[in-house]
Design a protein around this ligand. Structure first.
Ligand SMILES: Cc1cc2nc3c(=O)[nH]c(=O)nc-3n(C[C@H](O)[C@H](O)[C@H](O)COP(=O)(O)OP(=O)(O)OC[C@H]3O[C@@H](n4cnc5c(N)ncnc54)[C@H](O)[C@@H]3O)c2cc1C
Length: 820
C-alpha cells in the first residue's frame, strides 16, 4: 500500500467503487480505495439488483437515469459483465389517489426525458401477465426499469477505475482517521498508514463507525430487508416462451412490493409496516457475507396482498427468503458531500438504492471534490440538509417511518408524525391552544395553519379541509393585521473587524448602510445562486450574546431555515483564517414573530415608544426597539408583501412579545396566520423562495434576482465573472409567474409547463392565492418563451390546464401597501 494519495475512499461497496471510478475518470488517478474485506462485503452483495429511474425529487431522478445509462460504459471499459437486463416495468396503482400520483410522475418524466406512459390496468396485465388487473385502477409503463448483477457492477466500477490508474486495497480495514496539522488526513489501517488530502466515507453499513473516527455522528440506520425467490413458475415460462423476453418488473405501490423475474421463478421484495432496524447503535465489524434470519411472519401481511395482486404466486413454493441489512437516512435519500467543519472529509453513504443511485452519487461527489461544485442540484442528497438535531433516536424514528412508507403516497398537505415534536419555540403551546397545525422545517415545529376545533387536514391532492381557514388567515392579513411565527428562518450573526469586507465579497448585493436591510443574493464561483438572503446592517447589538460592536461590524443575515447547515458550511469554507470575521448560526437563540397587514403599524405603535411612522421607520429599515418590556430587533419588511414587520427577540421574550402583540391587536381584530397563508400571500407578489425558485442551478438573471446584484460594485464578489457573463448572454431560463385555470386543485411543484403543444418547463411552486382568488404557479421556461400572455398549459393530475403569464404581481403591483 502506498503511503500518500490524493484521495482515500473507504469502502468497497457499489458506492465507494463508483466514487473511485468517477474520480479516476475525471483525471484524479492518485486515488486508493480501502476495503476491509472482499469488495461487496456490506449491503451490496445481497441486493436484489433492481434499478429504476423514478424518484420523488426530479434532480435525484436525473442522476438515477445517469446511473442506469452508465452501466454500458463501465462494462465496456472494464470487460467485466454487469448482468444488466433492461426489461422495462409497470408501476401499479390500486387506488385513484395513487393513480393521481402516478400521473404527476409521468408529467415530471416529460421534462426529465424519461420514457413513461400512463396505461390501463388491462394494458398492464398484457405487459405483465402475472398481475390481476381487477386489483388495479391503472398503471404507468416505464421502459428503463431493469436489474443487474450487484457484484458484477461493483467489480466493473473497480476494474474500470483500476484501468484508469486508481488502486484498490482489499482486506485493509481503516481503524482510525486523524487530521494532521497541515490539513491532510492520516488513515490508520491494519496494514499501515496512508496520508491523503481527501477522505471519502463510503462505509455503507459501517458509515457511522467511520464517521465516529472523526467525531461525526451520521444520521443513518440500517434496516432489515427481505425478498423471496420462488420455485420455477409455469406462468413465467409461458411469458418467456410467448414473448421471447423476461417478465417485466413491477412495483405495486399499494402493496408496498416490488417484483422481477429471477431465473425460472420470481423475486418479490417487501417494505413491511412491522419493520425492524438492525444494529441500532453500532455495526459489528465481524459482519460480512452472512444473511439475517428470515422472519416470514413479519412480511406475511405484505405477501398476502402480493399473492392477491399476483395470483400465480399462490400456486408456487418459496425457494429462498433473503434477509439483509442496508442503510437509510431519515428521509431515504443519500447523504453526500463535504462535511461542515471537516475540510476535505466527504461522505457518500445512506445510499438505499445503490444500483439506481450509485453512479449519480459518484459523479456528483467527484465533481464536487474536483471542481468545488457537484454540477447538479443535489440538495435532496446533500449531507448538509441535516444538523445536530438529527440524533440517533430521531434517525431511528424517521427511518422506520420512511421504510414503512417506502411506496406510500405522501399527499402535499400530509405532515409525517415520527420524530416529532423535537424542536419547539417558546410559543409552541400558545399556538397549539389556538389550533395550530404544525409542519416541520429543519427539525423545528412550524405553524402551517390554524384549525377550528374538530377540523384537521384531510390528506388530498386537491384543495382540502384547510382551504377556507387559510383563506380567512389571508383575509386577516390583507384586510386587518395578522400575527405569524417566523422563528424557522435561519439567522446568522456576522461580526468582526473585517465583517463588512467579507460580506462584500460573499454577497452579490450592495451592502446596506447601518440601520438598513437589503435583499442579498449569494453566488457560487460559476455565478449561479447559492443563497438568497435578507441582509441587515445592525450597526448595534443583538439582544443575544450581549455587547455592541458598533456600525458596520455587526450584521444579521436572514435566510432559509432548511439551509442553515448548507450555508454555514459555505460561510465557513470562505472565512479568513485570521479570525477577523466571525459567523454564528443563531438557531433558536433568536426567535421571531411577524405582524403584517394594513393595521400592522397601528399595532406596533401601541407597543413601542419608538416613532414607527413611515418617515421615521421606512420600508427596509431595521433597528433595536423595545416591544413593551422586551428588547427586540424590528425590521420593516414582510414576506407577505404587505405593510409589515419582522420582530426578533431572544427566546425568553417570545411569549411576552406574542401576548403583547395579540392584546394590542385586539382592537384591530388581529388574527394568527401560518405558513400556508404566507405561501398564498407571497404567491400573489411573485416572490420566490429558496430551494424552490432559487436553487444552485439558476443564475440571478434567470431567477429574476439580477436587480439585487451590484454588478458594478467595487468588491470582487464571488461569482462576479459568471454573473456578468450571464447578464450578457441572458442565461437559458426565466422564472415566470402564471395564473392557471384550475378547478379544485393547485400545483405544488415539479409539474410540467407546456407551450405551443410542447413541454417547455417545470413548475417550482404554486398554490391558491386566496386574496387574488387565483391559482398561481411559478416556474422556469426557456428565456425565448415569452411574448404572448396566453398559450401556456400546466399539467396537473393528468390534465393540461390553460395558464396565462402573470408578469406583474396580482397584489400591490405599484408597491403602495409595501412602502406606504
Ligand atoms: C436485501 C436487500 C435487497 C436490496 N435490493 C436492492 C435493489 O434491488 N436495488 C438497489 O439499488 N439496492 C438494493 N439494496 C440496497 C443496496 O444493497 C445498497 O444501496 C448498496 O449496497 C449500498 O452500497 P454501499 O457501497 O453504500 O454500502 P456497503 O455495500 O455496505 O459497502 C460498504 C463497504 O465499506 C466497507 N467498509 C466499511 N467500513 C470500513 C473500514 N473501516 N475500512 C475498510 N472498509 C470498510 C465494508 O466492508 C463494505 O464493503 C438492497 C439491499 C438489501 C439488504
Amino acid at each position: 500500500m502506498k503511503s500518500h494519495a490524493r484521495v482515500v475512499v473507504i469502502g468497497g461497496g457499489v458506492v465507494g467503487c463508483s466514487v473511485l471510478f468517477h474520480l479516476a475518470r475525471a483525471g484524479w488517478t492518485d486515488v486508493v480505495l480501502l476495503e476491509r474485506d472482499e469488495l461487496t462485503s456490506g449491503s451490496t452483495w445481497h441486493a436484489a439488483g433492481g434499478m429504476h429511474t423514478i424518484n420523488g425529487d426530479p434532480n435525484v431522478a436525473k442522476l438515477q437515469k445517469y446511473t442506469i445509462e452508465l452501466y454500458k460504459e463501465i462494462e465496456e471499459l472494464s470487460g467485466q459483465a454487469t448482468g444488466v437486463h433492461i426489461t422495462g416495468g409497470v408501476l401499479l396503482a390500486a387506488t385513484e389517489a395513487r393513480m393521481d400520483w402516478l400521473r404527476g410522475v409521468v408529467a415530471k418524466g416529460r421534462y426529465l426525458g424519461l420514457d413513461l406512459e400512463e396505461i390501463s390496468a388491462e394494458e398492464a396485465h398484457r405487459l405483465m401477465p402475472l398481475l390481476d388487473p381487477k386489483q388495479f385502477v391503472g398503471a404507468v409503463r416505464n421502459s428503463e426499469d431493469g436489474h443487474l448483477d450487484p457484484s458484477g457492477v461493483t467489480h466493473a466500477y473497480a476494474k474500470a477505475a483500476r484501468k484508469l490508474g486508481a488502486e484498490v486495497e482489499r482486506f485493509t480495514k481503516v481503524e482510525d482517521i486523524q487530521r494532521l496539522a497541515d490539513g491532510t488526513w492520516r488513515i490508520i489501517t491494519n496494514k499501515g498508514e496512508i496520508v491523503a488530502e481527501h477522505v471519502v466515507n463510503a462505509g455503507g453499513l459501517w458509515a457511522r463507525e467511520v464517521g465516529r473516527m472523526v467525531g461525526l455522528e451520521l444520521p443513518v440506520l440500517a434496516m432489515e430487508h427481505m425478498y423471496l425467490i420462488t420455485e420455477d413458475m409455469p406462468e413465467v415460462a409461458e411469458v418467456n416462451r410467448t414473448t421471447g423476453k423476461e417478465v417485466i418488473h413491477a412495483v405495486d405501490f399499494d402493496g408496498e412490493l416490488y417484483l422481477r423475474q429471477e431465473r425460472g421463478g420470481m423475486l418479490m421484495g417487501t417494505y413491511e409496516k412491522a419493520n425492524k432496524p438492525w444494529s441500532e447503535w453500532s455495526t459489528p465489524w465481524n459482519f460480512g457475507h452472512e444473511l439475517l434470519e428470515p422472519d416470514i411472519d413479519r412480511i406475511a401481511p405484505s405477501l398476502e396482498v402480493g399473492f392477491r395482486h399476483f395470483p400465480a404466486f399462490q400456486n408456487t413454493g418459496i425457494k429462498q427468503i433473503i434477509n439483509g441489512p442496508f442503510t437509510f437516512a431519515p428521509d431515504g435519500n443519500p447523504l453526500v458531500g463535504p462535511v461542515r467543519g471537516l475540510p476535505n472529509f466527504w461522505v457518500a453513504c445512506g445510499v438505499m438504492a445503490g444500483f439506481s443511485q450509485g453512479g449519480g452519487v459518484g459523479l456528483a461527489l467527484s465533481n464536487w471534490m474536483i471542481h468545488g461544485d457537484p454540477g447538479f442540484d443535489i440538495f435532496a442528497m446533500d449531507v448538509a440538509r441535516y444538523g445536530d438535531w438529527a440524533s440517533m433516536r430521531y434517525t431511528n424514528a424517521k427511518v422506520r417511518e420512511n421504510y414503512s412508507r417506502r411506496f406510500s403516497i405522501r399527499f402535499p398537505n400530509e405532515e409525517l408524525p415520527a420524530g416529532r415534536p423535537l424542536k419547539t419555540t417558546p410559543v409552541y403551546d400558545l399556538l397549539t391552544a389556538r389550533g395550530a397545525q404544525f409542519g416541520v422545517a429543519y427539525g423545528l415545529e412550524v405553524p402551517l395553519w390554524y384549525a377550528p376545533h374538530g377540523v384537521k387536514d384531510e390528506f388530498s391532492w386537491r384543495r382540502s379541509s384547510d382551504f377556507p381557514h387559510v383563506a380567512k388567515e389571508v383575509a386577516t392579513v390583507r384586510e386587518r393585521v395578522g400575527l405569524g411565527e417566523i422563528s424557522s428562518y435561519a439567522k446568522y450573526r456576522v461580526t468582526g473587524q473585517k465583517a463588512k469586507a467579507w460580506l462584500d465579497r460573499m454577497l452579490a448585493c450592495r451592502l446596506p448602510k447601518p440601520g438598513r436591510m437589503t435583499l442579498a443574493p449569494m453566488l457560487k464561483e460559476d455565478g449561479k445562486l447559492i443563497g438568497d438572503f435578507s441582509l441587515a446592517n445592525l450597526g448595534g447589538a443583538l439582544p443575544v450574546n450581549g455587547g455592541s460592536t458598533g456600525g458596520d461590524q455587526e450584521w444579521l443575515i436572514l435566510g432559509s431555515g432548511i439551509a442553515e447547515q448548507y450555508h454555514m458550511r459555505w460561510f465557513e469554507q470562505h472565512l479568513p483564517a485570521d479570525g477577523s470575521v466571525y459567523v454564528e448560526a443563531l438557531g433558536l437563540k433568536l426567535t421571531g414573530l411577524s405582524i403584517a397587514g394594513p393595521k400592522a403599524r397601528d399595532v406596533l405603535a401601541k407597543v413601542t415608544h419608538d416613532d414607527v411612522s413611515n418617515a421615521a421607520f421606512p420600508f427596509m429599515a431595521i433597528r433595536r426597539m423595545d416591544i413593551d418590556m422586551a428588547p427586540c430587533i424590528v425590521g420593516r419588511v414582510s414576506y407577505s408583501g404587505d405593510l409589515g414587520y419582522e420582530i426578533w427577540m431572544a427566546p425568553e421574550y417570545q411569549r411576552h412579545v406574542f401576548t403583547t402583540l395579540l392584546e394590542a391587536g385586539e382592537e384591530f381584530s388581529v388574527g394568527l396566520f401560518g405558513g400556508r397563508a404566507l405561501n398564498a400571500l407571497r404567491l400573489e407578489k411573485n416572490y420566490g423562495t429558496w430551494a424552490r425558485e432559487y436553487r444552485p442551478i439558476y443564475g440571478p438573471v434567470e431567477a429574476g434576482l439580477d436587480r439585487f446584484v451590484a454588478y458594478s460594485k467595487e468588491a470582487d464578489f464571488i461569482g462576479k465573472a459568471g454573473a456578468l457573463a450571464e447578464r450578457k448572454n441572458g442565461g437559458k431560463y426565466r422564472l415566470r409567474a402564471f395564473v392557471m385555470e384550475a378547478l379544485d386543485a393547485d400545483v405544488i411543484g415539479d409539474e410540467t409547463i407546456w407551450h405551443g403543444g410542447a413541454v417547455v418547463g417545470w413548475v417550482t411552486s404554486g398554490g391558491y392565492a386566496h386574496n387574488a382568488q387565483k391559482s398561481v404557479a411559478l416556474g422556469y421556461v426557456p428565456k425565448e418563451v415569452t411574448g404572448e400572455q396566453d398559450g401556456f398549459e400546466i399539467e396537473l393530475l393528468g390534465r393540461r390546464h390553460k395558464a396565462r403569464l402573470q408578469p406583474a404581481p396580482l397584489f400591490d403591483a405599484n408597491l403602495e401597501r409595501l412602502r406606504g
